[in-house]
Design a binder for this molecule. Structure first.
Ligand SMILES: NC(=O)c1ccc[n+]([C@@H]2O[C@H](COP(=O)([O-])OP(=O)(O)OC[C@H]3O[C@@H](n4cnc5c(N)ncnc54)[C@H](OP(=O)(O)O)[C@@H]3O)[C@@H](O)[C@H]2O)c1
Length: 432
C-alpha cells in the first residue's frame, strides 16, 4: 500500500458514538501495530466545546480497557489529534474550519472529510465544504459517507447528485463496515483463490443459499432512530446485499476497485425486483415482543425488527436458486453466517441405509466463531452402512494468533491509501 506523505482526517461528529467507539480506537490500534502511516493528523469537529486536550482525554476514557495501556503509546498517538468546536448549521464555522485546515495541513496534504454525524446533516456538511472550496485541491480531497446512504432510492439519488456536484466519484468513499470484516473479504479469497469450489458454485450443484444476521440485543436506547429505520434499511439494503454480492458475483478480471464493483453491480442488477403482489409470498416481517415498550418507540409502531426475504438472481449461474436473506433483533443468538446448501447426489446409492441423508452444506461464519465448515456425509464406524453428517472445519482463532482486527482498521487504512475496493460505488447503492 502506498500512502500520501501527509494526510488530515477531518471527522464531523467528533464527540459521537462512532468516533469514540470505532474510528479513534481503530486508528489507535493501527498506530500501536505500526501500520498507521506517519504524517496522519486528525481534526475533530462538533459542537461540544472541548479543547484539544479535553477531546483527547474524552477519547482516551472511551478506549476499550485492553487498549488503555501503555499510556505512553496513547500520549504519542494523541499528539496528532486536534479539535475544533463548531456547528454545522453555522456557515461561519466552516470558514473557521478552512482556516484551521490551512494552518494544520499545508498545500499537498491529503484532506479527508469523514461524515460521522446523523445522515440529515450530510447535505449541510457537503454544501459547507463546497462553499469554502474545500472540495478542491491537490491532491483531490476525499469524502467518506457513513450509512445510511439515504432512506430510499430518491434520497440516495439526491445525495449522490449533491456529492457529485463537488466531488468526482473517485473521491467518494461510501462505508459499509461489513466489507472491512476479515471473514467477508475471505469470501473472495475462498471463492477465487481455490479452484475446487468455482466449478460447483452454480445452479447445477447448489440448492439454495441462506444469509443470516441475527442480533441477540434489542434496540436498547436507539429506539427513536431505529423506529424510523427498521430492519430492512438497517441490515438488508447494505450488509446483507453486500454479502449476497460477494457470494453470487463472477470472478473479477483484476483485484482492484472498479473490477470488483462492476461485478457486484451486475449481481444487484440481476436481482428480480419484487412486485407488491410478490411481497407476501417472498417475504416475512416481524417485530419482537416488548419492542413497542422501548424508549423512543411509537407504542403503535409497525416497524419491522425481523425480516426474511427470498431473492432470485436472474442470470445463467443462479437461475432458480433462491437466496434467503434474514435478519432480526432480540433473537435467540447472535450470529452472522452464510449457508450454502448443495443438492443431493444424482443417484441416491445409500438410500436404503440408516442415518442422516442430507446434501453437503458449506457454512461461512462471519461472526462470532469466525470460520468455515464443510458438512460432508460419512460412514458411522461399526454401524453397518449408517450415514451421518460430519465437519471439515476451519476456525480463524485456532489457525491464526492474535485478535481479529476491527473492520474499521482495514477500512481506514484503505481510505488513507485511496483504495476504494471495499467501498460502495454510486450505482451500487442506488441499485441496492
Ligand atoms: N455508532 C455506530 O456504531 C454507527 C455504526 C454505523 C454507522 N453509524 C453512522 O455514523 C453516524 C454517526 O453515528 P453516531 O452513533 O456516532 O451518532 P451520535 O453519537 O448521535 O453522534 C452525532 C455527532 O454529531 C454531532 N452533531 C450533532 N449536531 C451537530 C451540529 N449541529 N453541528 C456539529 N455537530 C453536530 C454531535 O456532536 P455535538 O452534540 O457535540 O455537536 C455528535 O458528535 C450516523 O450516520 C450513523 O448512522 C454509526
Amino acid at each position: 500500500m502506498s500512502f500520501p506523505e501527509r494526510s488530515v482526517l477531518v471527522i464531523f461528529g467528533a464527540s459521537g458514538d462512532l468516533t469514540r467507539r470505532k474510528l479513534v480506537p481503530a486508528l489507535f490500534r493501527l498506530f500501536q501495530k505500526g501500520r498507521l502511516p506517519s504524517g496522519v493528523q486528525v481534526l475533530g469537529f462538533s459542537r461540544t466545546s472541548y479543547s484539544d486536550e479535553q477531546w483527547r482525554d474524552y477519547l482516551q476514557q472511551h478506549l476499550p480497557p485492553e487498549d488503555r495501556e501503555p499510556k505512553e503509546a496513547w500520549d504519542r498517538f494523541a499528539e496528532d489529534l486536534f479539535y475544533l468546536p463548531g456547528d454545522l448549521t453555522v456557515p461561519e464555522d466552516f470558514t473557521r474550519l478552512r482556516k484551521q485546515l490551512d494552518a494544520l495541513a499545508p498545500e499537498g496534504t491529503q484532506r479527508i472529510f469523514y461524515l460521522a454525524t446523523a445522515a440529515r446533516f450530510f447535505p449541510r456538511i457537503l454544501s459547507g465544504l463546497m462553499d469554502q472550496q474545500l472540495h478542491r485541491g491537490s491532491p483531490p480531497p476525499r469524502v467518506v459517507v457513513e450509512k445510511p446512504f439515504g432512506h430510499d432510492l430518491a434520497s440516495a439519488q439526491s445525495l449522490n447528485l449533491l456529492l457529485h456536484r463537488g466531488f468526482d466519484e473517485s473521491q467518494v468513499f461510501r462505508i459499509d463496515h461489513y466489507l472491512g470484516k476479515e471473514t467477508v473479504q475471505n469470501i473472495l479469497v475462498f471463492r477465487f483463490a481455490n479452484a475446487i469450489f468455482e466449478p460447483i458454485w452454480n445452479r447445477s450443484y447448489i440448492d439454495h443459499v441462506e444469509i443470516t444476521a441475527a442480533e441477540s440485543e434489542g434496540v436498547g436506547t436507539r429506539g427513536a432512530t431505529y423506529d424510523t429505520t427498521g430492519v430492512l434499511r438497517d441490515m438488508f439494503q447494505n450488509h446483507l446485499l453486500q454479502l449476497l454480492c460477494f457470494m453470487a458475483m463472477e470472478a473479477p478480471n483484476r483485484f482492484e476497485a472498479e473490477a470488483i464493483r462492476n461485478e457486484k453491480v451486475k449481481v444487484l442488477d440481476a436481482v428480480r425486483v419484487l412486485s407488491p403482489e410478490d411481497v407476501p409470498r417472498e417475504s416475512v416481517r416481524g417485530q419482537y415482543h416488548g419492542y413497542r415498550q422501548s424508549p423512543g418507540v411509537d407504542p403503535q409502531s409497525q416497524t419491522a425488527t425481523f425480516a426474511a426475504v427470498r431473492l432470485w438472481i436472474d442470470n445463467w449461474r443462479w437461475q432458480g436458486v433462491p437466496f434467503f436473506l434474514r435478519s432480526g433483533k432480540a433473537m435467540d443468538c447472535r450470529t452472522t453466517q452464510i449457508v450454502v446448501q448443495f443438492r443431493q447426489p444424482p443417484l441416491r446409492l445409500f438410500r436404503q441405509c440408516g442415518g442422516v441423508h442430507e446434501g453437503n452444506r458449506l457454512v461461512i461464519q462471519i461472526q462470532p466463531a469466525e470460520g468455515i465448515q464443510l458438512h460432508i456425509q460419512s460412514k458411522v464406524p461399526d454401524a453397518g452402512m449408517e450415514l451421518t453428517l460430519t465437519d471439515l472445519s476451519f476456525r480463524f482463532d485456532r489457525h491464526f494468533r492474535g485478535r481479529m482486527p476491527d473492520a474499521y482498521e482495514r477500512l481506514l487504512l484503505d481510505l488513507l491509501a485511496g483504495d476504494a475496493s471495499l467501498f460502495a460505488r454510486s450505482d451500487e447503492v442506488e441499485l441496492a
